[in-house]
Ligand binder design. Sequence first.
Ligand code: LLP
Length: 414
Amino acid sequence: MIPLHYQENQLLMDGVPVAELAAAFGTPLYVYSEALLVAQARAFIAALPPGRDHLICFAVKANGNPHLLRRLFQAGLGADVTSGGEYFLARHAGCPPQRIIYSGVGKTGPEIEAALAGGLRALHVESAQELAVIATIATARQQVVPIGVRVNPDVAAETHPHISTGRGHHKFGVNPSLARELLHQVQQHPWLAPAGLATHIGSQITDLAPFAAAASTLVQLATALAAEGIHLRYLDVGGGLGIDYTNETPAPSPAGWLQTVATPITTAGYSLVVEPGRAIVAPAGVLLTQVVYTKQQAEKQFVIVDAGMNDLLRPTLYQAHHPIWPARQADDHPLTTVDVVGPVCETGDFLAQNRQLPLPRPGDLLAILHTGAYGFAMSSNYNGRLRPAEVLVSGQRYQLIRQRQTLAHLLDGT
Ligand code: LLP
């Protein structure tokens, strides 16, 4: 499902020609479809099993634009946050505290304080030392803090090694026996309350088997804890559902994924929490970029564009494949094998390698697809480059939802 189509050879996002957006706001430019964003959020919510207190927490790290977050929360999603900054963004965009969970291996004392002051559904603890810090803060505040423990289930998932998180030797969560011990500590503490168990095995996973394995690890552990007198409310299987970047490995639908993880959890009597990020926002976003030059060098045909690895890091960091479509279909552009590269001074600064494209010319516009997740969110000022603007398309209308940075940002960060 993508929000793009050609009409009389012009590429449109929903009802708006992308060339019109580039002319109005310049490039590089992130553009999002409100219709698809909201449809994705609703597809997840509609696929939740009936009853109980189930919750879809959008992983704010995938895209923290306040306007997009507001729409997702209005559609009924909660938030999975991983820093004081993301907690602030979620609250600022109207997420009710009861729908916020806070994960992350390195929450600091001040971050924990701020989240407790603002309220949340639970803190997801990832180490014994972190639990001790939370206990001290909870006691000082005389506030009962709901605790979930993040379990490392030692489950292997087929994905890029940098975004696999559920193996025993990864830094995330704690092993099942320590999780059990920590929840006993929580149960005995006057200002801590056991709330749930969580896990997250990685990202861009298109095979359902590791998710089923992770859900069953949580259920087994929760069952063992119940026998010991610790009764949890929810089990959280994290995010990680992949999308179709290439059409080679079709990804499961939100409904298929939710059914896999929900069945064991709801059958055992727990409410379900999930934390999808990519599957909700990635397909709704494109990065528009303009061709600056082309050049032939050795056996390579380079297309040099005005977006670089500082705007979209995924190809460089994970060798990720993002489809690239021209904004105008032209018969006189011969299909050519090209490398689409940015202006940054690194050989790793590419957006596509050995890609068959109608050979563009300087001034032509290209759309880089499926960039709504971990696109703008991972952008930087590297090489003195300004972070791009963001635009939201709503049917035939559009609005700027983040200004392009100006040179002043390079001076003092304001
Ligand atoms: N929950 C937790 C605790 C996470 O760490 C993550 C992602 C998610 C949920 C959301 O996962 P998703 O549904 O989006 O796969 N920068 C990488 C992805 C890193 C994901 C980190 N954690 C990329 O561009 O592929």
